[in-house]
Unconditional design. Structure first.
Length: 81
């Protein structure tokens, strides 16, 4: 893909999944204040709201979508002062 030999079609399942993955990355990075170790810890911990370890949950399209929605909701909540 980097050489331009393969291009993802707009609206294809692969493109949508890639966009969701980017949303997950940016939301997680924001929720964890840009701390990579905290992001790794969250991905590997048990998340009751997602009903499993996020690293496993995001393996499916449904799970990835749920994780993006969950993290998006977390980003919108004001942080305690």
């Amino acid at each position: 893909m980097q050489a331009g030999a393969e291009v993802l079609a707009i609206g294809s399942a692969e493109t949508v999944r890639g966009e969701l993955f980017l949303q997950l990355f940016y939301s997680l990075d924001s929720a964890m204040d840009n701390v990579d170790d905290a992001s790794r810890a969250w991905l590997n911990s048990n998340c009751l709201e997602l009903e499993g370890r996020p690293i496993n949950v995001i393996q499916t399209n449904e799970g990835l979508t749920r994780a993006v929605i969950y993290l998006g909701a977390k980003r919108r909540k004001p942080k305690p002062v």
